[in-house]
Design a protein around this ligand. Structure first.
Ligand SMILES: Cc1cc2nc3c(=O)[nH]c(=O)nc-3n(C[C@H](O)[C@H](O)[C@H](O)COP(=O)(O)OP(=O)(O)OC[C@H]3O[C@@H](n4cnc5c(N)ncnc54)[C@H](O)[C@@H]3O)c2cc1C
Length: 429
């Protein structure tokens, strides 16, 4: 690792990788990530990625996104995301991303909750892995991109609200002072702060805590999405998601008496509320999801990994319902950015789940987040390339003593984020 780069990207999920790949090969780019490069939530995405299906679908897609977001969405961001979706998908296809097709070779689309039309491209039930592994493969081949694993950003370097780089630490607690005129935060959400989450436990909202330290504007930190259906388990650790497209394709939710009790395709926040209410009413720790209405063929073809994972936990979804419970899943709030993914600090960008451009409003529509991550990661790359160059950052040497007690430092960031979530929750009530 060197001391100077043209661009530092923090995070190797879909957002970070796509931003780096959209920068020209003459730019020297450093990507750092807390764990191995493939340990990001982007790899976990099951259901798929949305796409506008021609002009005839525009109004419906726009309305579905707005309705799910309780009409708090930034309309310009929604428009931009939807209008960019075709070029993003075309680019992914050119990057050899493989989506499900009919025998005639046409792309196939599935449907998820709160979508009025099937407009979601998928690859079995591992769409995120298919997209992100192809992006990672390409980034690894690019000579101008250096990927550094097990390297955690512990601070930003800045002066006079101009960003000049990051402070990072490796697994041996060695401290690195790395400089660049552009830094892109693509650090994902904050599921690791919660006991029950579908996210990787190391995704703990670090960028938010660091942004707070530097008075960088944040937005709607309390807009946290609970996914209605994760496989119930008494074991600690990451919760396994039962994708919304399972319900989109016809699975039922039932109470302890085997009775359906709600509309399975309502937006996630409303469905989670209905499930919690039913659990309370019947004093249970979960409800049941019945995949049998899909039929064995659909289960094995479209959801082979969900089938396999449930079998490992002792449930054969072809023959019996599975216990499911809502869990933390996604983060709609984040570091405030404009449509060019620029934060309130010069030279600093944020994209993907760590950022908030308002596209999701109060509640994200299923399968809009991979698309959003890619669209606004490319916007960040465009702004770095074509936007106004920030003045040079005049920050001096870092004070290494500040980082010696790493555990305390990171715990402080997490505590501040949780406090800010509570504060924003109260201000929204
Ligand atoms: C189980 C599951 C299923 C999902 N299904 C879908 C779906 O079907 N469709 C859809 O559109 N969306 C889905 N999502 C949401 C979607 O996957 C994420 O919103 C999106 O992938 C976020 O991408 P990202 O690049 O912003 O973050 P991530 O992919 O989470 O990457 C974050 C990166 O930041 C790194 N990082 C974090 N903190 C630091 C630090 N301090 N220093 C260095 N590196 C750091 C991490 O190591 C990681 O590399 C799903 C999410 C989950 C968890």
């Amino acid at each position: 690792m060197k001391e100077h780069y043209d661009v530092i990207v923090v995070g190797t999920g879909a957002a970070g990788l796509y931003c780096a790949l959209n920068l020209p090969e003459r730019k020297k780019i450093l990507m750092i990530t807390k764990k191995e490069a493939d340990q990001s939530d982007s790899f976990l995405a099951q259901g798929g990625i949305c796409m506008l299906r021609g002009e005839a679908d525009y109004n419906d897609y726009f309305e579905d996104t707005m309705r799910a977001g309780h009409y708090e969405n930034n309309k310009k961001a929604v428009d931009l995301m939807i209008r960019s979706s075709n070029s993003i998908i075309r680019d992914l296809l050119m990057r050899n991303v493989d989506f499900e097709r009919s025998e005639e070779g046409d792309l196939l689309f599935t449907r998820e909750g709160a979508h009025s039309q099937p407009r979601i491209l998928f690859h079995e039930d591992i769409t995120g892995k298919e997209i992100t592994s192809k992006l990672l493969e390409q980034a690894e081949k690019r000579e101008n991109i250096e990927i550094c694993e097990y390297m955690t950003m512990v601070d930003l370097i800045s002066r006079d609200n101009i960003c000049g780089g990051v402070v990072a630490m490796d697994e041996q607690d060695e401290i690195y002072d790395i400089r660049a005129p552009y830094v892109v935060l693509a650090c994902g959400g904050l599921g690791g702060l919660y006991k029950n989450s579908t996210n990787f436990p190391h995704i703990t909202g670090d960028a938010l805590g660091i942004a707070m330290k530097h008075q960088i504007a944040l937005e709607n930190l309390d807009y946290i999405q609970i996914h209605p259906t994760t496989l119930y388990s008494k074991k600690p650790g990451r919760r396994f998601l039962i994708s919304e497209s399972v319900r989109g394709e016809g699975a039922h939710l039932c109470d302890r008496n085997g009775q359906r009790f709600t509309n399975e395709l309502q937006p996630r926040d409303l469905l989670s509320k209905a499930i919690f209410a039913q659990m309370e009413k019947q004093d249970t720790e979960y409800v049941w999801e019945d995949m049998r209405p899909l039929g064995e063929d659909m289960i094995m073809k479209h959801f082979p990994n969900i089938f396999k994972r449930c079998l490992e936990e002792g449930y054969d979804v072809r023959k019996e319902p599975i216990p499911v419970v809502p869990a933390q899943h996604y983060f709609m709030g984040g570091i405030q950015v404009d449509l060019g993914s620029r934060t309130s600090m010069k030279g600093l960008y944020a994209c993907g789940e760590t950022s908030c451009n308002g596209v999701h409003g109060k509640n994200r529509l299923a399968s809009n987040s991979l698309l959003e991550s890619l669209v606004f990661a490319r916007r960040a790359a465009d702004d770095i390339l074509f936007g106004k160059k920030p003045e040079p950052c005049r920050a001096g040497a870092i004070d290494r003593k500040c980082y010696e007690d790493r555990e305390n430092l990171m715990a402080g960031y997490r505590k501040n984020v949780l406090n800010e979530i509570e504060r924003m929750k109260n201000s929204h009530e």
